[in-house]
Design a protein around this ligand. Structure first.
Ligand code: GAR
Length: 207
């Protein structure tokens, strides 16, 4: 069984999709060992506890500087001894030391077709605002391995979603979640847990 830990910042609908997929047997060979949030009050922690998964928080606000936070953050993650870390709407930059330690063992979901609308400053609703401002007709979501550069790691899977006339950022965000994110992320976890996807020589390789 792969020990999977999920990192979240917000509402946690992707976390819920993962929990549901494990419970429905759509993700196999996985034990959800922990959820970590950078925010003490989020709904995600409740979702985790409702599913019987240990949930912890660690906030940059509680530390005098970024180095001290990064140290505490890494310590909390290491304590769960995860085989795979899943960033499911986690909006804190991953410290380089952590990216190196979990190389090939950490994945992220991003709500666009990378390399469009990604990198520093592109997160959550902002991604959809920018996609609408640019007038793209197709957007989507991407699951990728995490490396030091933000949203730069090897791409595991992508799914396209159409933009429709009259879309607001909120409407588009919901469609991208429903049609892409909640499907792609559980699938990628199942693929990794069952040895069908690995990171090799800086690429995501399907076996
Ligand atoms: C999701 O759309 C996820 O793709 C995005 O944040 C949202 C979290 O929603 N992540 C990023 O933008 C990462 N750069 P959720 O808390 O309901 O899963």
């Amino acid at each position: 069984m792969l020990r999977v830990m999920v990192l979240v910042s917000g509402g946690g609908t992707n976390l819920q999709a993962i929990i549901d997929a494990v419970q429905a047997g759509k993700i196999t060979n996985v034990e959800l060992v922990g959820v970590l949030s950078n925010n003490k009050t989020v709904k995600s922690l409740e979702r985790a506890r409702n599913a019987g998964i240990p949930a912890v928080s660690v906030s940059p606000k509680d530390y005098d500087n970024r180095d001290l936070f990064n140290e505490a953050f890494l310590e909390k993650v290491d304590a769960f001894a995860p085989d795979l870390i899943v960033l499911a709407g986690f909006l804190v930059a991953i410290p380089p030391k952590m990216a190196a330690r979990y190389s090939g063992r950490m994945i992220n979901i991003h709500p666009s077709l990378i390399p469009s609308f990604c990198g520093v400053g592109y997160y959550g609703l902002k991604v959809h605002e920018q996609a609408l401002a640019r007038g793209v007709k197709v957007t989507g979501a991407t699951v990728h391995f995490v490396t030091e550069g933000m949203d730069e790691g090897p791409i595991i899977a992508q799914k396209a979603v159409y933009v429709e006339e009259g879309d607001t950022p909120e409407i588009l965000q919901k469609r991208v979640m429903e049609q892409a994110e909640w499907i792609l992320l559980p699938q990628a976890i199942d693929d990794i847990a069952n040895g069908r996807v690995v990171m090799e020589n800086g690429r995501a390789v399907r076996k």
